[in-house]
Design a protein around this ligand. Sequence first.
Ligand code: A3D
Length: 320
Amino acid sequence: MARPKIALIGAGQIGGTLAHLAAIKELGDVVLFDIADGVPQGKALDIAESGPSEGFDAALKGTTDYADIAGADVCIVTAGVPRKPGMSRDDLLGINLKVMKAVGEGIRDNAPDAFVICITNPLDAMVWALREYSGLPHEKVVGMAGVLDSARFRHFLSVEFDVSMKDVTAFVLGGHGDTMVPLTRYSTVGGIPLPDLVSMGWTTQDKLDAIVQRTRDGGAEIVGLLKTGSAYYAPATSAIEMAEAYLKDQKRLLPCAAWVDGALGLKGLYVGVPTVIGANGIERVVDIKLNKDEQAMFDKSVESVEGLVAACKGIDESLG
Ligand code: A3D
C-alpha cells in the first residue's frame, strides 16, 4: 500500500515543524507548499537529510505549484501571516482571508478528498472561510486550536500539581481567542475534577483562576517572548495529533474548531467543541451540557466568532 500523502500549505515556522514531525513519526510522504520560492524546497531537503540519522522512511518535496499536492490525504494549512507583539489574532483577518481564498481553491482543485486542518489565525473565522472557498464537506475541514489550548492548560496544571502531564486531562471550549472557555469542571488529574482538587487543598481557587487566565493568554505570552512571530512547536504537535487520529482512524476525542449544526444549541458555526476524529473526519460533535456560568462564557465566545465571520462576509461579498 502506498504511503499516505500529507500536504502542508505554508512552509513557515509551523509548516517546517509539521514536516519534521510528520517525517519522524512516519505518517506519510510530505509535500511542503509555499509562495516564497526556495523556502519549501530548502526545508524539504533539510528535513530529508535528517532521515538517515533519524531512520525514517518518508519522501519530502518542496514546491510552489499546487499540482504537487494532488491526491493528498491530509492538508494542514498555515499559510498567511502570524501575530507580532501588540497584535490580536483578529488583526490578521483581512490579509489571511485573501490567503484562505487562494488556498481553498488550490485544495478544491487538487486535493478534494483530503482531511483539511486549518491553523491560520484568526482560527475560527479562517477555518470557516477555508471551508467556504474549498467547498469540501464540513466534516472534512476542521480548525486546530482546542488541542493546543488544552495542552497549554494541561502543562500549567501538571507543573502546579507536580504530577505527570499524562495524568492531566483538560477541556477548553469556544473560539480560539481571549474568550476561550477552559472548563475546570471537566478537567481532571487522574479522573479527579479540578474543583475537587481545590477542596482537597491541592491548590487554591485563586491559583486555579490564574492558570485559567494564563491559558487564555498562552499565545500572547509566547509572542511577547519571541518578539518575531508566534508559537510553533506546540501548535505543530497539536495538528499532527489530529492528522494521526484521522490517518489511523483512532476515534480520538479531541477539542477542535468544528462545524456545529444542532449541538450545543448552535445553528451552523465553526467553533471549538469536543469532537471525535476518525477515518471519516469529524465523526461526532460531543453535545455536552454546560452549567449557567459556563454557558454564559461559551455564548460570549460564540458571539465573538460570529462577529469575525460577519467581518469576513463584509470583506468578500461572495462569502455566505
Ligand atoms: P510563518 O512562519 O510566517 O509562515 C507562514 C507562511 O505562509 C510563510 O512561509 C509565507 O510565505 C506563507 N504564505 C503566505 N501567503 C501564502 C499563500 N497565499 N500561499 C501559501 N503560503 C503562503 O507563520 P507561522 O507558521 O508561525 O504561523 C502560521 C499561521 O498560524 C499564522 O496565521 C499564525 O497566527 C497561526 N497560528 C495559529 C495557532 C493556533 O493555535 C490556531 C497557533 C500559532 C500560530
